[in-house]
Write a protein that binds this ligand. Sequence first.
Ligand SMILES: Cc1cc2nc3c(=O)[nH]c(=O)nc-3n(C[C@H](O)[C@H](O)[C@H](O)COP(=O)(O)OP(=O)(O)OC[C@H]3O[C@@H](n4cnc5c(N)ncnc54)[C@H](O)[C@@H]3O)c2cc1C
Length: 248
Amino acid sequence: MLKRISPAVFIGHLPDLKGISVTENEVTLGAGVTYSEFEPVIEEHFPQALDYWRRIAGWQVRNAGTIGGNIANGSPIGETPPLLIALGAEVVLQNTAGMRTVALEDFFIEYGKQDRQPGEFVAAIRIPRTGADRIAAYKVSKRQHSDITATAAAFRVVTDGQVISDARIAFGGMAGTPKRAERAEAALRGKPFSRESFEAAAEAVGEDFQPLSDWRATADYRRLVAANLIRRFWLEQTGEAHRLSRAQ
Ligand SMILES: Cc1cc2nc3c(=O)[nH]c(=O)nc-3n(C[C@H](O)[C@H](O)[C@H](O)COP(=O)(O)OP(=O)(O)OC[C@H]3O[C@@H](n4cnc5c(N)ncnc54)[C@H](O)[C@@H]3O)c2cc1C
């Protein structure tokens, strides 16, 4: 027998969940903002992630699906969490007792379990504006469009001169939740912005995750892709990817 889902509550029309505000320090969006409604904000403030954003589902789903729904759903392969975690986003949770804010990475506890108290819903998402950081997001899936991710990765790397002062790398499809690659990040933090550092991070990411095999990808494939996306980030950031593709 199918599970009864009553009562179903439609929240798509609530103006309080639809706001988008941009200040000098952060972008705040209501949980009911759709992917399409948020696309111009991505284009203006996080243009490095625009291609990734446009590869979420197809336009019908992007016009209806909400960012709050994608987060609350808790899927390990939802595509907004890796990007938002890499950007350092927080989620604002609300119930009749009030509001609280948690780092998005801490919202995902384990597969199927999120940090939500009884009656709490996702009210808003806050994304710090990060200035001149190096940002990228990649989705690997079997089809270019209308296909959910096998592995996704998002990066925010801060450099101080030639030194990596901070690195946030988040993956989807590599664990039971969207998750930061802590060992890979540690391999970069405080190190030179060099091929060797990113090679060390690509090696370290194998220690970060024990991915599953499913019909989207095998565990070995996911591990290889995760390491190669770190290499890709380095190649793109240094312009080497462009030089290599022109040389072929
Ligand atoms: C054809 C197709 C292709 C897709 N492709 C992709 C893809 O490429 N990438 C990707 O990431 N996703 C993909 N999805 C999933 C889709 O993006 C998500 O289902 C969508 O974002 C969820 O948003 P929604 O507003 O429809 O949420 P709903 O489906 O209405 O809700 C999802 C869950 O979250 C809960 N919920 C919703 N809003 C809140 C809130 N504010 N607070 C607390 N709980 C809440 C609901 O109760 C429900 O349990 C695809 C879906 C389809 C149908």
